[in-house]
Each structure stands twice: as C-alpha cells, then as structure tokens.
Write a protein that binds this ligand. Structure first.
Ligand code: BGC
Length: 351
C-alpha cells in the first residue's frame, strides 16, 4: 500500500521523467509517469486471484515520445477531433494545429500527452498523486494561459479516481480525457473482441467520412451501436453498417444516460474468461469508444509484446467531439476564471 517513486527516464531534450506506483490493500498496482500524466500499467486480479497488467503501454520513455497511439495518456486541451482545427469563441476565430489530415486531434502535435507534468502532491496516506501542467496562451493555437491538474487516487474499494481541474485567464476550450487501452485478459492477449460491453446510452453521434460527428443524435435501437445489454464487442463489428465501416470498427461517441452523475454506471466491460470487470463512472456527458482499429502491430509494447489491431478498447469520457462547432451539445467552453472540474472513476472488480 502507498506510493513508490522511481526514475523512469529522460526525454530526448533531457527532462527527467518519474514514475509513481500507487497500490491498494488488495494488491492492485497502478503506475503513472510524469510524461503525459500517463497511466503505464494497471495490475489487477482475476477471479482466481492471478494478477495481470490490463492496459497497453511501453517500457521506455523514447517509445512514449515517438509513439502516436496515446497509450494511457491524459488528452488535452481537447480530446478527439476538431473539424479543420477551427473554432470561434466570442466571435474571434482560432486556428489549431492540424495533425489528423486537416483536422485537429487530441490536442495537436504537442498535446498534453507529449509534455512532462509536475508531481505537485504525492500523498502516500491517501494513495493520491496530483500532477500539474501549465499550458501557455496560444499553445497549439488555444487561447489563454491554462493551469491544469490531474489527481489520481487509488482506493481500497478498487477504484481509480481521476479528478481533472483547470483554470484559464481567457475564455478557452477544455475537454480532457484519459486514453487508456484496456484488455482485461491482460495486455499481451492480443484481442478484445471477446470482451462484453455495456454502455448506458440510447443515442450516439454518427460521424462523417472524416470521423467528425455530423451534429445530430441517432438512436442505437436495431443497430450494431446498441450496447444497452451486455454484448460481445466482436459480435457486430464486421457488420456492413455504414457507421462501423467509416470507423473501421467502433470509434464513436455515445451520449450517456448517466448525464454527468458520478453515481450512475456509465459503462461496464467484462472478460468472462478471467472474470475481470471494469466499471466506468463519470461527470462527463459522453464517452468515445474506440476499439483500437488503428493499431497495426507496429507498436512494440511492454515486454516486447506486439499490439495488433483491436487488441484493446478505450473508454474515453468527454464532451462530444467537435462540439465547439455545434450548438446541439453541452459546451466545452471554459470561461475566464471559472474552474474546470471533471471526475471519472474506473472501478476494477471480478465476476
Ligand atoms: C480516436 C481515434 C484515434 C485514436 C488515436 C481515439 O480516441 O477516436 O479515431 O485514431 O484515438 O489513438
């Protein structure tokens, strides 16, 4: 129990990166590095009491620096895509870095996943680690000096509580998330299609050919997007349904019926073989589910494991992608001097 601090490595530019291992009374161990405030491993028991690492990641800092898959990182200032990298606040247009064809993705070329955060508070008694980052005005094109922090807490009832905070000196856009790739069998097991998924949602946001939400909601009923009952991720992923074809699998945003209530279950992921269960609770209104369709075996992960296509699933709680350019959805604008607050809980259990 408690927190262990170790040196993880040095970035190419010579900045030291530390790693912190947070553990609880039941033997769950979660490792976080200061680079990208990234979760590099989550070691959790199965129903027989065997421990495995259930998230994808790398062993060394240089792979995190050169990689472009966002394994375990905090994503900011804005998760997912912003169409053409453009938006306006108070009538003023801003242009962001375009790093996904003409779109802006996951905060840009040097997003919050590619910077070193400061360990501001390491509290072993409470199993709590607070990392902070100062994002200067105009970074990747975003307005305002933003002070942001993420606090990770590991509890004895097997929760990882992720609390995000932010404050800015101009009206800006903030939409943070965590980009962990989960595989509940173990990160080396190479496929996730045999996991069952529940999403507490009746509606999703259909996407255009550039994976930008078109701007309206569609019912999940009678479509492969329906996860209102636990369903194997793989059961309809090869269907001819146009949305799945565009996303090359699931890469869509669902509106959560939990509507920002942290006490209402947003999603549940189950691996029947190991019996591991992951539950998601969040104050955010929506969740992007990404079935790692763009992993292609080119990433050499921990212990030299190659991660093939669809070997994990990301459950990214957030605002609707590109909602800054759309009036139909909750707004991601953070007003000057207001506080950004967002909490997401990953709860680890067994069947
Ligand atoms: C996005 C995918 C993207 C991936 C990058 C996901 O959040 O929805 O389209 O390829 O992140 O790792």
């Amino acid at each position: 129990m408690g927190i262990i601090k170790e040196h993880f490595g040095k970035t190419v530019s010579g900045i030291d990166v530390d790693k912190f291992i947070l553990s609880n009374a039941n033997g769950i161990e979660i490792t976080i590095i200061t680079y990208g405030a990234t979760i590099t491993s989550i070691i959790a028991p199965d129903k027989f009491g065997n421990f495995e690492d259930i998230v994808l990641g790398y062993d060394d800092i240089s792979s995190y620096e050169s990689g472009n898959k966002y394994f375990g990182a905090v994503i900011g200032r804005s998760a997912n895509r912003i169409e053409k990298g453009r938006f306006a606040i108070n009538g003023k247009e801003y242009r962001l870095a375009q790093n996904d064809n003409t779109n802006h993705l996951h905060g840009g070329i040097v997003g919050f996943d590619k910077v070193v955060w400061t360990a501001e508070k390491v509290d072993s008694a409470d199993n709590q680690l607070k990392l902070s980052y100062f994002s200067p005005d105009n970074e990747e094109g975003y307005p305002g000096n933003l002070k942001v922090s993420v606090t990770y807490t590991v509890t004895d009832d097997n929760k990882l509580i992720i609390a995000y905070e932010g404050i800015c000196d101009k009206d800006t856009l903030v939409n943070l998330t965590n980009h962990s790739y989960f595989n509940l069998t173990g990160e080396g097991s190479k496929q996730v299609l045999n996991h069952k998924l529940f999403i507490n949602s009746d509606e999703y946001t259909p996407i255009d050919n550039n994976s930008i939400p078109i701007g309206y909601l569609s019912s999940v009923i009678d479509t492969p997007m329906d996860f209102r009952q636990l369903k194997y991720i793989g059961s309809e992923i090869e269907s001819g349904f146009q949305q799945i074809q565009i996303g090359q699998g699931y890469d869509h945003n669902w509106m959560l019926n939990s509507k920002g209530d942290i006490n209402t279950l947003a999603s549940r992921l189950i691996d029947e073989a190991s019996g591991r269960v992951l539950e998601v609770y969040t104050t955010k209104p929506a969740m992007q589910v990404y079935t790692a369709n763009f992993l292609d075996g080119s990433d050499i992960g921990k212990g030299n494991i190659v991660y093939p296509r669809r070997s994990a699933v990301c459950l990214e709680t957030q605002f609707v992608p590109n909602c800054i350019n759309c009036d139909n959805f909750p707004s991601p604008i953070l007003k000057c001097g207001d506080k950004y607050n967002h909490c997401t809980i990953f709860k680890f259990g067994t069947l």
